[in-house]
Design a protein around this ligand. Structure first.
Ligand SMILES: Nc1ncnc2c1ncn2[C@@H]1O[C@H](COP(=O)(O)OP(=O)(O)O)[C@@H](O)[C@H]1O
Ligand SMILES: [Mg+2]
Length: 416
């Protein structure tokens, strides 16, 4: 029984990895088309340079290449460690062509516009073939005479509904092939970009330091904001209640001699106020580091959040181990803020939270089917998520077009 369940869980995890990889491969087809356009443009400019009229256009073409390569850097950074690009190319065409960063981009544009595009198209065609064969019995009669017969790879003739139904078997094969090869195709597609688009070793240190300085400042800001928030909630909530308790106890003391009956009533109010103060103190403590993370796993802690969310929420977690406590706390607060936003602003009917661990990075994705239009600049919650993620050297991405859906993706180095 447990062996079967483990196998089922393995299959589910593989399916999720395949869907994720396919999503990434489709994005790769988009940048592949951009890369192909850039390559053709570069080829035209190079030809024009040979006849002498292309030289003024060359810097513009290289700038266009940088824009396309930056798009790919952002795409690759969504799943894996962030790719920090090289600094601006040196002025002058000759110096720019000798620059390792520009050379890397030229190499990448050749690979990605051919191999990258091809792997993406092959990967997309596998699940499409599965859908085609699965639905074959529904539409095979619409095919021109003669064509339907080939649908079974000449293994049998498709002439009636039974033989058409048998074609569905191929869908199983296509699905199995998809599960088997799509994650590999995704790695193959990203490989040239990862190798060629990162800044050359040593050269990127200055950029890296600048990036870390900025994120450290953001981390300190986030920390100060957090302290202010805790101070405010202690001041406005707990402290006020305790002031009320002391005032009530003082009133009760005065009343004891004069009117013992009313003293009892005042003490009862004091007790109520003390209990409220305690409840608020507990709530504040919970927002500092949720105790549930201490006792149980991140997935359990998030299931607790999902259960408390007024919008139906599903949590899927594919986490073989635990991450550093601060990373888990960041993931927890991200989901807590995202679910609060879904409940308050989105008008969604469903929300899903997915957690996975890839190459030592914890990926958290929250998707709701609401009306979209989330704007980081309109409040402090989403900016807080970004700051917390960047303080961990992680990334935060949000897509929320008008009409929805809204997706938040946070990727954090696991740190364990
Ligand atoms: N899931 C969502 N769906 C639709 N709109 C959202 C969503 N999340 C946030 N928003 C919009 O983005 C704004 C900024 O969100 P946030 O930074 O969390 O601030 P706050 O929640 O304090 O208003 C919100 O005011 C809301 O209009
Ligand atoms: Mg909010």
């Amino acid at each position: 029984m447990t062996a079967r369940r483990t196998r089922l869980e393995g299959l589910l995890a593989r399916s999720r990895a395949t869907v994720d990889a396919l999503d990434h491969l489709v994005g790769g087809v988009g940048t592949g088309i951009l890369a192909l356009t850039a390559l053709l443009w570069l080829a035209v400019v190079a030809l024009l340079c040979l006849v002498g009229v292309g030289l003024p256009m060359a810097p513009v073409a290289l700038r266009g290449l940088r824009v396309v390569a930056d798009r790919e850097r952002v795409r690759l950074s969504q799943r894996d460690p962030e790719l920090v690009g090289p600094g601006p190319p040196p002025p002058g065409l000759r110096a720019a062509l000798a620059d390792p960063g520009v050379r890397g981009e030229l190499g990448w544009v050749v690979c990605h516009s051919t191999l990258g595009l091809l792997t993406g198209v092959v990967a997309m065609s596998l699940p499409l073939a599965a859908v085609r064969d699965l639905t074959f019995p529904l539409w095979w009669r619409l095919l021109p005479p003669g064509e339907a017969e080939d649908a079974a790879l000449n293994l049998w003739r498709v002439g009636d509904q039974r033989s058409a139904l048998a074609v569905c078997v191929f869908a199983v094969g296509w699905t199995a092939l998809s599960l088997l090869v799509i994650p590999g195709l995704e790695r193959l597609q990203s490989w040239p970009g990862r190798r060629l688009l990162s800044a050359p070793p040593g050269g990127d240190l200055a950029l890296r330091v600048a990036h870390l300085t900025a994120t450290r400042a953001a981390a300190l800001d986030a920390h100060a904001a957090e302290l202010r928030r805790i101070e405010r909630s202690l001041h406005d909530g707990t402290q006020n209640r305790i002031v009320a308790v002391t005032a009530l106890v003082a009133a009760a003391r005065r009343a004891v001699a004069r009117d013992p009956a009313s003293a009892g009533e005042i003490l009862e109010r004091a007790q109520g106020a003390a209990e409220q103060a305690l409840a608020e103190l507990r709530a504040v403590v919970r927002t500092i580091l949720p105790p549930v993370l201490e006792d149980r796993s991140l997935a359990d802690a998030l299931s607790g959040l999902a259960a408390a969310c007024p919008v139906p929420c599903t949590v899927t977690a594919d986490l073989p181990g635990r991450c550093a406590a601060s990373v888990e706390a960041t993931a927890y607060f991200t989901v807590a803020e995202a679910l609060t936003n879904v409940a308050r602003h989105s008008g969604a009917g469903r929300v899903s939270v997915a957690l996975s661990l890839r190459r030592d990075r914890l990926l958290v994705q929250i998707t709701d089917d609401g009306h979209g239009g989330a704007d980081e600049r309109a409040g402090s919650g989403l900016v807080g998520i970004r700051r917390r993620a960047e303080a961990h050297d992680g990334t935060f991405m949000m897509t929320s077009p008008p009409g929805g859906p809204t997706t938040l993706k946070v990727s954090l180095p696991c740190g364990s």
